[in-house]
Write a protein that binds this ligand. Sequence first.
Ligand SMILES: Cc1cc2nc3c(=O)[nH]c(=O)nc-3n(C[C@H](O)[C@H](O)[C@H](O)COP(=O)(O)OP(=O)(O)OC[C@H]3O[C@@H](n4cnc5c(N)ncnc54)[C@H](O)[C@@H]3O)c2cc1C
Length: 321
Amino acid sequence: MSGILVVAEHMRGKLADISAELVGAALSIKNHVGGGLSVVVIGKDAALFEKQVNLAGVDKVMLVPVEEEHFDAAVTEQALCSIIEKEQPELVLLAHSASGLSVAAGLAVRLGGGFVSDVFGIGFDNGRLRATRSGYGGKVNIELECPDKPVIVMTLRGATFKAASGDGQAQIQEIGIDLAPVAKRRSRHGEYIEAPSSGVDIGKAEFILSVGRGIQDEKNIPRFQELADRLGATLGCSRPVADSGWLDKGHQVGLTGKVAVNCKLYIALGISGAVQHLHGMKHIETIIAINTDPNAPIFNVATYGGVMDVFEFAGALEKIS
Ligand SMILES: Cc1cc2nc3c(=O)[nH]c(=O)nc-3n(C[C@H](O)[C@H](O)[C@H](O)COP(=O)(O)OP(=O)(O)OC[C@H]3O[C@@H](n4cnc5c(N)ncnc54)[C@H](O)[C@@H]3O)c2cc1C
């Protein structure tokens, strides 16, 4: 077995950003794995995405048109099983999303393969594929290998890997799948229910001003929102701020929030720097941390730190911005 198969994700006529990120992750290890890099798109509108997934470095795009209007886990699993049995990839990458998760583990079991979910690091060590994910509520990073497995199925965390870009010259193939084995399914698509949107995209923001429990009260949010707007920053927050409903979940940075993948400047105001928060921002080139506690762990990752009151700091910025 050799090569990598990326399963593109799409919904309601739109390709999910994670699809290009999966290709990016695959490209970073393609030379080690050996073989080609294929992208498969399953769905009624599969052909719609041909150009978008034909990214530089992709060798083959497989389009699998099916009758189902919406994502269907049983259909996707059946289609992937057939393709994997024929193509024999060594590694299969899916999104760590509701759709990806509803397929990936079952697929791995059917193929007798290895399975790793919520992967945020992927690499090679001594010729062995190694995935990194977190454990114990994000307190430790765990490195996992799946030795002696004919195929490894992984779901990768979104907004974590650099998206592939540029036009590719992949071979395009349309594939028909026999879906008779899943004709009698137990689940059907009902409806889409929109999640409340904060209109904020932490993954895309280049400058984030982030607030933590140190801002004391919900009534102080407008002041920091205004400051962020004046500075041209996106307002981020720690989990307690989102959990208390002071800001929508979309603002949350960290393990159970978003990773600030594209951020270049991060200002952390009244954030202690718990490992779960650091997970979403410690990689950022320039971090400015303001905290009254000189021993706050956020200072371990800060480029510049100020042991001071966040309101004093905000007041000084308001004067100059
Ligand atoms: C499974 C799991 C997943 C999690 N995921 C996330 C996640 O995605 N993102 C996340 O952020 N957390 C996450 N957490 C929670 C995390 O462990 C911390 O509890 C959280 O990050 C703390 O938020 P905080 O720094 O705002 O609050 P605190 O830890 O309470 O820190 C507040 C800080 O403000 C400082 N301060 C107080 N008053 C002032 C002032 N006037 N001026 C300046 N500084 C002041 C204090 O010194 C303190 O350091 C997760 C936890 C678990 C178990």
